[in-house]
Design a protein around this ligand. Structure first.
Ligand code: SF4
Ligand code: SF4
Length: 79
């Protein structure tokens, strides 16, 4: 199986639950979970695999620093 070309992390406490990243992710890897953060927002959740590193979720997120995208630059290395 080929490795994913990317991966992401989401700062759950900074997420505002707007859902823009969910709409932006073409492979449908993001969703709003049932979990609420300390501000009472449903937080975005990554399915855990399948990310291609396109960065669209990062560009649409209005909250600076909440979404981080890592793109595979060489087998086994993320940058
Ligand atoms: S980087 Fe692209 S494929 Fe990966 S989670 Fe974000 S929108 Fe989806
Ligand atoms: S776009 Fe950002 S603030 Fe909105 S749901 Fe996604 S991670 Fe949360």
């Amino acid at each position: 199986m080929n490795p994913d070309n990317g991966k992401i992390t989401i700062d759950a406490e900074g997420c505002k639950g707007c859902g823009l990243c969910v709409e932006a992710c073409k492979p449908g890897l993001l969703s709003l979970s049932g979990r609420l953060n300390h501000n009472g927002y449903r937080v975005a959740e990554y399915a855990g695999q399948g990310c291609n590193g396109c960065g669209l979720c990062f560009y649409v997120c209005p909250e600076p620093g909440v979404l981080t995208v890592y793109k595979l630059v060489a087998e086994g290395a993320f940058a």
